[in-house]
Design a protein around this ligand. Sequence first.
Ligand SMILES: [Zn+2]
Length: 246
Amino acid sequence: MANSTSTSGNLKDGLQLQWLGHASFKVNSPNGKVIYIDPWLDNPKAPPDAKPVKNVDIVVLTHGHFDHIGSAVEIASDTNAKVICNFEISLYMKSKGIPESNIIGINESGSISVDNILFTMVHAEHSSGITDGDRVIDGGTAAGIVIKFDDGYTIYHTGDTGLFSDMKLIASLYKPDLVMMCIGGYYTMSPKEAAEAVKLIKPKYLLPMHYGTFPALSGNPDELSKLIPKTVKTRVIPLKPGEIFS
Ligand SMILES: [Zn+2]
């Protein structure tokens, strides 16, 4: 992280989120664990020091598309990280030689506690096929992930998703303080739908993601900010790839 700049908010002590471009985040938890969410560290916007990954405790995957699991096999092979994913992706990870003892396959509404951090898989409206050479393997159902730290602070990565009204249930059940939300359009919500999602969830902080990687993902944080009503107090934090929010 030597070259990284950082932005400060009123985040939990010790919690840091670094955007690695696209939907990839490195999270340093308040209890000192390192979590990678949807690591695709070869994405066109990834910071130059994103690789190699040396220190990681947990990798979390929302779905099987290459731009989300891109670096997961490599990281899990090179480190002793636990991998949390859906059941079908867990079978894929096993088939790639990742030790079974390090793979945790759950599914929507399922939770698992690892290192005193609670991971819950939640709904997303998307697909999840895994590209393997010239084949597409069934990657189960796409999901989002809610991460609750040992002190109760909660963050939610939407994964790739369209808008759905049950985001309101995710908000009332899990009360995320911070949301990493897809806003680029084309494959996911654009700012128009994301602004509705913000109204349903009303997090304190929103880190936009899944935009700007390719020209097709044209939604941007400015458009989103303009569409959020003044009565909703969510603070949109547009990070640059490599930047840390702490
Ligand atoms: Zn996807």
